[in-house]
Design a protein around this ligand. Structure first.
Ligand code: CTP
Length: 404
């Protein structure tokens, strides 16, 4: 997927050791479909050469407001008018202060000041020593820049080039890429709080064995990401999967269906949308042994009894918040055959306004899928696509339904 296709990004570099990450960021933006125009301050050129950035962006780099290559000699006007966004990564403490005060004594700051403020958004990725980041002056500048409409992308935590450890590192290129992609998504769920379940559950037989299923969690994670991109606050309740947490999503790891239910009931209190994408085990062993069940050499196999698990979706969809219209519930149906009939029946049985059907064996573990959206008036197919594209489609569909 080329999430930045057709977007023109001016990538500004200011002085800081994190400039080395800007090279990879530039590549990542281009790989995602963007065209990138690099503008560097003099200080940035102490850390990485314009030659490197030119080679990666495939465009001459600009560094001076006196650059005679522009016929009208107004690089600050020309470059800013072409941009869909200006991204400053790394943005030094000094440059934040300069932006805040409307300083304009070098090309990059001049260009930020001269940009059409309603049309060309400014995003910054701060990078500095932890003491500099924590300093009240920097924090004041951060808050005021946000007030002025600048998007401050936050900082990473960990070891710093100076040898200290703390907040203030520049985010990694892939994290910045996700943030830029998210920035351009329509904010159709702004003000909403989505609760999502994802992945399988694990029902213990004894401390070393259990029953689970082949759900990879990818669809639920993609929905969480798409909802976050759409401006929602997102809580993701995940069964045992090894997937990375989408940016900006609050993740809670659980194991069994009972754990998942308890967590969901708690977090549903604050949610306005619930999407049950998890493949919850229908049954759990009636007894979960405290110690490993051993073979006794007799050839006899243990007999496992089962108890039905609570139905998380049905519990929430029939709870007071959903029944009073405060929680919009969406179910999933993983079927092996007769998708439309099963999904239609399941929607009614679970009492949800929207049920998303898919063929389980075709999707488990895959990066793409096809969905069937079933509501009271019928079914619509969303053709095969990446799970993230489907998730964005679903999020937009949910947003339209709750806006009615
Ligand atoms: N679900 C749930 N809790 C359960 C079982 C299912 O919340 N104990 C949710 C799933 O997350 C999904 C929907 O209910 O959104 C349907 O799940 P599915 O496994 O397809 O259906 P079941 O209700 O288990 O029905 P069956 O196994 O008979 O098809």
């Amino acid at each position: 997927m080329n999430d930045l296709a057709g977007k023109h990004i001016v990538l500004g570099l200011t002085g800081g050791i994190a400039c080395y990450k800007a090279a990879e960021l530039c590549r990542a933006l281009i790989k995602e479909g963007a065209s990138v125009q690099v503008v560097m301050t003099e200080a940035a050129a102490q850390f990485i050469t314009p030659v490197t950035m030119q080679a990666l962006s495939n465009r001459p780099v600009y560094g001076s407001q006196w650059d005679a290559r522009e016929p009208n000699n107004m690089a600050h006007i020309n470059l800013s008018r072409e941009a869909d966004a200006i991204l400053i990564a790394p943005c030094s403490a000094d440059f934040m202060s300069k932006l805040l005060h409307g300083g304009a004594d070098d090309l990059l700051s001049l260009m930020c000041l001269a940009r059409p403020i309603d049309r060309v958004p400014l995003l910054i990725a701060p990078a500095m020593n932890r003491e500099m980041w924590d300093h009240p002056a920097t924090q004041r500048n951060r808050a005021q820049l946000q007030e002025d409409g600048c998007t401050v992308l936050g900082v990473g935590t960990g070891d710093q080039a100076c040898g200290e450890t703390g907040d203030g590192r520049m985010l990694e290129p892939q994290e910045l890429l996700q943030d830029v992609v998210a920035f351009f998504q329509p904010k159709v769920l702004a003000g909403h709080h989505m609760l999502v379940t994802a992945g399988p559950t694990y029902e213990a037989i004894d401390p070393v064995r259990g029953i689970t299923n082949l759900s990879s969690g990818k669809m639920g994670f993609a929905i969480a990401r798409a909802a976050q991109e759409a401006g929602a606050e997102v809580t993701l309740v995940a069964g045992p999967v090894a997937l990375p947490t989408p940016r900006g999503v609050h993740r809670l790891d659980v194991k069994s269906a009972s754990n998942m239910l308890t967590t969901c009931v708690e977090y549903a209190q604050a949610a306005s949308i619930f999407v049950a994408a998890a493949a919850v085990a229908d049954w759990r062993p009636a007894l979960s042994a405290d110690q490993k069940i051993k073979k006794d050499g007799s050839g006899q196999t243990p007999v496992l009894g089962f108890i039905e698990n609570p139905d998380i979706l049905a519990t929430l969809a029939n709870g007071p918040r959903a029944l009073s219209g405060g929680l919009f519930c969406v179910g999933f149906a993983a079927e092996s055959h007769d998708l439309l009939a099963h999904a239609t029946a399941k929607r009614i049985r679970k009492n949800v306004p929207l049920l998303v059907g898919n063929i389980g064996p075709d999707t488990f573990g895959q990066d793409d899928n096809a969905l069937l959206l079933v509501d009271a008036s019928g079914a619509t197919e969303i053709p095969r696509n990446s799970k993230l594209a489907l998730a964005r489609h679903l999020v937009a569909d949910i947003a339209r339904r709750i806006a009615k």
